[in-house]
Ligand binder design. Structure first.
Ligand code: ZN
Ligand code: ZN
Length: 403
């Protein structure tokens, strides 16, 4: 076969494989994708223990559990708290037909060892090293001694980003959920900006925002709601306090919700009347950085390039040093996940953006003793560019609250 023919044949078989994978229902398709990455990761099986990854592959919403994904079988190990829910997930439309549910007996580690002893399988089993503590790894390795003494070769191999790499590109169902969640959070934001009035405490405002989040159909806030007023707003992750909002305060309102398991996240900064030029200067710079970053989002662009677009805009206003964090983070089953929209050279992978990625754009500036401004929206990378999922006016002027 000539090189060109081989290339064409490879492309054809790849297309066929993709077709086969995409015709499967979502959970079966996700598991098939994970399996297809085993060879590259140098493993024959993967032990999934990170709760968000467990949910991604089975639909099970549990704080603890183990899913052993092998080449042709899956074993879901859960304790009594999650047995009924696990049966529901596996029974659903036969999507996870090859999955056996095994209740925990004694300990999770001991139960996994018993499964491997019974099946006589093993080999190189990947463990999610970013989710497993060293102590858990040692317990597990010790429990597997009983498998080794029965003659099977089992080796635990720490791996990273096997499931996370699949989660970074959302499928159509996930996009639909995130779109709906963003519409609902935008409605909360419109209410929230009107809640920041002089005489109310940060805590009062946050309590009302949390109630609005639940009222909008979210299961819960995605993180502790931030209401940071006046000088407190100079802290990017300000803790909620009893400070009373005063005339002229800038107020950062940052909140999120979990909708059907998926997280959305939004920030608006308003000013309690009267307006001031000092606040306006910061606001206009951040607003420009926010627009520049969104304009840079399209397939093929690196996350760090989107970050630079925001950073360069702030630098033009002499505020480069006041931007104390990355431009954005991925959204999905977790409120902070891949991709990271941050400076090149950080610990995070800096990959080209792909259609289906969903993340925040949230530049901010923080001036100690004065205050800060942050503007955050959620975006989806589309085939051509970018779709902003949240829909709330950026400018606080229409909401400027009376003193
Ligand atoms: Zn946020
Ligand atoms: Zn955020």
């Amino acid at each position: 076969m000539r090189a060109g023919d081989r290339g064409a044949a490879n492309a054809a078989s790849r297309a066929q494989r993709q077709l086969r994978v995409s015709s499967l229902p979502p959970y079966a398709r996700r598991i098939a994708r994970i399996r297809s990455s085993f060879a590259e990761a140098g493993i024959e099986a993967l032990l999934v223990t990170h709760p968000a990854n467990l949910r991604y592959l089975t639909g099970l919403d549990a704080t603890m559990g183990m899913l052993l994904v092998e080449a042709t079988a899956c074993t879901l190990i859960v304790d009594g708290r999650y047995l009924t829910a696990a049966r529901g997930c596996v029974g659903r439309a036969g999507e996870l037909r090859q999955t056996t549910i095994t209740p925990v007996e004694g300990s999770y580690e001991g139960t996994l060892a018993a499964v491997l002893r019974r099946t006589g399988r093993g080999g190189r089993v990947g463990v999610e090293s970013t989710a497993m503590t060293l102590a858990a790894f040692r317990h597990l390795d010790r429990a597997l001694e009983s498998v080794r003494s029965s003659g099977a070769a089992v080796e635990l191999v720490p791996v990273e980003r096997v499931v996370e790499a699949a989660r970074v590109v959302k499928d159509s169902g996930e996009i639909e959920t995130l779109r709906e969640a963003a519409v609902r959070l935008s409605a909360v934001a419109r209410e929230a900006v009107a809640l920041a009035r002089a005489g109310r405490t940060e805590r009062d405002v946050a309590t009302d925002i949390d109630a609005a989040i639940r009222g909008a159909g979210f299961t819960k806030p995605a993180f502790d709601t931030i209401v940071a007023s006046g000088p407190n707003s100079a802290l990017p992750h300000a803790r909620l306090g009893d400070r009373m909002l005063r005339p002229g305060d800038g107020v950062v309102l940052d909140f999120g919700g979990v909708y059907d398991g998926y997280c959305v996240d939004l920030t608006r900064t308003v000013q309690v009347a009267p307006a001031s030029a000092a606040f306006r200067r910061l606001f206009d710079a951040v607003s420009e950085a926010h627009a520049a970053a969104i304009a840079a989002v399209r397939p093929g662009v690196l996350g760090s390039e989107v970050d630079s677009a925001a950073r360069d805009a702030l630098a033009r206003h002499g505020l480069a040093d006041a931007f104390l964090h990355g431009t954005g983070h991925g959204l999905g089953l977790e409120v902070h996940e891949e991709p990271r929209i941050s400076k090149a050279g950080t610990a995070h992978p800096d990959e080209p953006l792909k259609p289906g990625m969903v993340f925040t754009i949230e530049p901010g500036v923080y001036v100690e003793g004065f205050g800060g401004v942050r503007i955050e929206d959620d975006v989806l990378v589309s085939e051509q560019g970018c779709e902003v999922l949240t829909d709330v006016p950026v400018d606080p002027a229409p909401f400027l609250a009376g003193a």
